[in-house]
Design a protein around this ligand. Structure first.
Ligand code: SF4
Length: 88
């Protein structure tokens, strides 16, 4: 399941450099996560980096993008061709 950033976001920008997939960018009013790039950090980290660094807990699972761990890993592989995932 991809994560999303909810309206609690204060646009501090802490999450953007932490994402291993470059899925986070500054939107018109708050930061946004591209669900095509978010793998819940599967492939790179044990837990979701944006969730860990967000000071207002604005990064939350997006129920509109439900995916299995296998699907998330396949997404990671397509985003990092030729690389080996460190977390499967
Ligand atoms: Fe990026 Fe991980 Fe947050 Fe998804 S959960 S947006 S991959 S930092």
């Amino acid at each position: 399941m991809a994560y999303k950033i909810n309206e609690e976001c204060i646009s501090c920008g802490a999450c953007e450099p932490e994402c291993p997939n470059n899925a986070i960018s500054e939107g018109e009013t708050i930061y946004v996560i591209d669900p095509d790039k978010c793998t819940e950090c599967v492939g790179s980290h044990e837990s979701s980096r944006c969730v860990e660094v967000c000071p207002v807990d604005a990064c939350v699972p997006d129920p509109e993008h439900e995916e299995s761990r296998e699907q998330l890993l396949e997404k990671w592989k397509s985003l990092h061709p030729g690389e080996t995932p460190t977390v499967t």
